[in-house]
Every structure is written in structure tokens, then in C-alpha cells.
Design a binder for this molecule. Structure first.
Ligand code: HEM
Ligand code: MG
Length: 335
């Protein structure tokens, strides 16, 4: 039985996390890494299993301990990802490529593709990774990093911060509209891009920074996380439990409605049918009824039981953002 989600940290202040118990180590043959620089770093320091395969409870524990990500954000990110990319029977999820290490697959159309799988949790217009359409959606991309540096110099005085995030998010969106005929910015992706643009400011910044320095990420540290999957030497985690700090600022800088390119590049058509940032209830409801039901049309036995458990974990984690008029949906019944 998948265990219930771990609770918040008992000590939730800043502390040294680049500590002797968690040394950085280079990749061994077969170790998996993927599109998330936060999880890559945690695996390379042993907060997650170094091979890159872990259970949802391990992800929640690791992101809280290693970065001080707040408990609701950790639960939302983890269970949303596990439901689309993980093996619900074995309770294992890869931070990178699909792997036999997550166990035997349930029947198609289930994918169990790990976090590299495009179009489930991973999506277009990432800051440091290319679009799947261009051939690589998970490795560090130097050209995109150079652009992040340019934007940090232009809008952040040499630091990545929320102002930079707002401008760079807009730029990456425009680039994908102009170059990716399959650009898809609907539903889940419309919501995750905003949080993921804020994480470098809120979670990669050393927790000892205060006042005007807080949430200003220097680019040497940034490259350490994004490319080398490594804490800057002597790194301290965030000073309080932190999630998508400043998401409203980032979204508000250049609000873009959910949508996708239809029939080719430069034809972005608004499509709010799957919800998005600012319409969490629709996003949640369609995620369950369309996305999950699409992957798992007729589950039985342990698979069905674990789907229901994980769907419950997602609803509980999202509940504070959903409001009072967004009931849980039960595509597989309630027992
Ligand atoms: C992006 C998963 C926690 C920082 C991503 C992506 C995935 C992912 C699948 C790729 C999306 C894409 O760009 O297409 C998760 C899961 C987490 C988690 C399941 C579990 C709680 C964290 C933490 C941090 C973080 C704790 C920071 C400390 C980022 C950043 C990106 C990202 C900065 C954007 C990368 C880019 O746009 O190039 N995450 N993540 N994530 N994640 Fe995580
Ligand atoms: Mg991506």
C-alpha cells in the first residue's frame, strides 16, 4: 500500500545541506537524470536514490529536507507527476528516462515514461531545456542557458530574480510559438511553467540571504544547479518552507492564456478547456477526468486501488487552491 504523504519538516529553518552526509558524486553508468534541475541535484547528493528512481514519499522527504520546499507544493508536484509518469503499482517514479527499474508496466494506454516523457508533466518552453519537437527535452541546453544569462544581466543586474523570470518566461513562450508547430501550453503546463520559473529564485538562492538579496540567484550558483546538478559549495537551503514564491508577479508580467499552436508555427490558439494558471478547479477536474482517465480507462485490482489513493493525495494537496466549490471527482468510484 502506498504510504500517506510525509508531513512538513519539524525543523523548517535554513541549514547547511551540502553536508558530509550528502556528498556530490558524478553519475555512474545507468544513473538517470532528467528535466528537473532540483531533483537532479538531490539525486546527485544522495537526498534521493542516486540512480534516479524513487517513491513519492521519498520525493517529498527529499525536496523538503534538501531545499525546504513547502509541504503542499511538494505534494502537488510529486503526486501530479507520479500519476502521469510513475508506476502506480510498484509506487516508483523515474526522474529521467523510462526504465525497467520502476517494474512491470500496466497495460497501454498507460505510459509510465518517467519525467522525460513529453506532454504528461514535462512540457514546452522550458527555461534550460529544449522543446521535445527539437529533439531533446531533458538535457541542459547551453544556448538556452546563455539566454537566461543575457536576461539576468539585462533585467536583474546579473542575478536571476522574479523580474527576470517574468521576462524570460514571456521570451521562451514567444520562441516556442515561433518555432514549434506542436507547441502546447494548455492545462497542467500552463500552471507548471509559472512555478518552475519561480523555483530558481525561491529555492536555488542561499537561505542565508536576507533583505534585498533574498531571491536573487547569482549565475555561478545557477549553473551549478542547472548544469552540474550540484549544490554550490556550502549551500544552505531556503530559510522557510517555500513554494512558487512570486508566481503571481511572474504570470502578471505578461499574462498568456492557455493554448497551443494549431496547424503550424505562429498560430497560437487560446484553449482554456483544460484550465490552467488561475483556473485550478478546471485544471484539476480535467486532469483527472481527461488526462488520468485517458491513461487508465479501465483499471482493476491494485492498480485501481492505488489510482484512487494517489488521486486522493492530489486532491488533498490542491484543496487549499481549489476553493470551496470544487468537489473531488471520482472516475473510478469511491472505494
Ligand atoms: C522543472 C518535476 C521539485 C526546480 C521540472 C520538470 C519536471 C519537474 C518533470 C520539467 C518540466 C519542464 O521543464 O518541461 C519535479 C517534481 C518535483 C520537483 C516531481 C517534486 C516535488 C523541484 C524542486 C526544485 C525544482 C524542489 C528546486 C529546488 C525546477 C525548475 C524547473 C523544473 C527550476 C524548470 C527547468 C527549466 O525550465 O529548464 N520539475 N520537480 N523542482 N523544476 Fe522540478
Ligand atoms: Mg520542458
Amino acid at each position: 500500500l502506498p504510504p500517506p504523504p510525509p508531513g512538513p519538516l519539524s525543523f523548517s529553518g535554513t541549514k547547511l545541506v551540502d553536508d558530509p552526509a550528502h556528498p556530490w558524486r558524478p553519475l555512474r553508468n545507468g544513473d538517470l537524470r532528467g528535466p528537473c534541475p532540483g531533483l537532479n541535484t538531490l539525486a546527485s547528493h544522495g537526498y534521493l536514490p542516486r540512480d534516479g528512481v524513487a517513491s513519492p514519499a521519498q520525493f517529498i522527504t527529499a525536496v523538503q529536507e534538501g531545499f525546504n520546499m513547502d509541504n503542499p507544493t511538494a505534494r502537488v508536484a510529486t503526486y501530479l507527476t507520479h500519476l502521469v509518469d510513475g508506476n502506480l503499482v510498484t509506487d516508483l517514479l523515474s526522474i529521467g528516462a523510462k526504465t525497467r527499474r520502476t517494474g512491470p508496466d500496466p497495460p497501454p494506454p498507460a505510459i509510465v515514461g518517467g519525467m522525460n516523457n513529453h506532454g504528461t508533466f514535462e512540457g514546452d518552453a522550458s527555461l534550460s531545456r529544449g522543446d521535445a519537437f527539437d529533439g531533446d527535452n531533458h538535457n541542459f541546453n547551453q544556448t538556452l542557458w546563455d539566454q537566461l544569462v543575457d536576461y539576468s544581466n539585462q533585467y536583474g543586474g546579473g542575478f536571476y530574480n522574479l523580474t527576470v523570470a517574468g521576462e524570460l518566461r514571456w521570451q521562451r513562450t514567444q520562441q516556442s510559438i515561433a518555432t514549434n508547430p506542436e507547441f502546447d501550453f494548455r492545462g497542467l503546463r500552463h500552471f507548471t511553467v509559472v512555478g518552475q520559473a519561480s523555483f530558481p529564485a525561491g529555492l536555488f538562492t542561499d537561505g542565508r540571504k536576507t533583505g534585498a538579496d533574498k531571491h536573487q540567484l547569482d549565475l555561478v550558483s545557477g549553473l551549478s544547479f542547472f548544469k552540474h546538478m550540484r549544490f554550490p559549495a556550502g549551500f544552505f537551503r531556503a530559510s522557510e518552507p517555500t513554494g512558487g514564491v512570486g508566481s503571481d508577479v511572474i504570470f502578471g508580467a505578461h499574462p498568456v492564456l492557455p493554448g497551443r499552436n494549431v496547424g503550424g508555427v505562429n498560430n497560437y490558439v487560446v484553449d482554456t478547456s483544460l484550465g490552467g494558471f488561475g483556473d485550478f478547479c478546471k485544471f484539476y477536474t480535467e486532469f483527472v477526468n481527461i488526462t488520468i482517465k485517458g491513461l487508465y480507462p479501465n483499471p482493476t485490482g491494485v492498480l485501481r486501488r492505488n489510482l484512487n489513493l494517489n488521486l486522493g493525495f492530489v486532491y488533498d494537496a490542491l484543496a487549499p487552491r481549489l476553493g470551496a466549490n470544487c468537489p473531488q471527482v471520482f472516475p473510478y468510484g469511491t472505494n
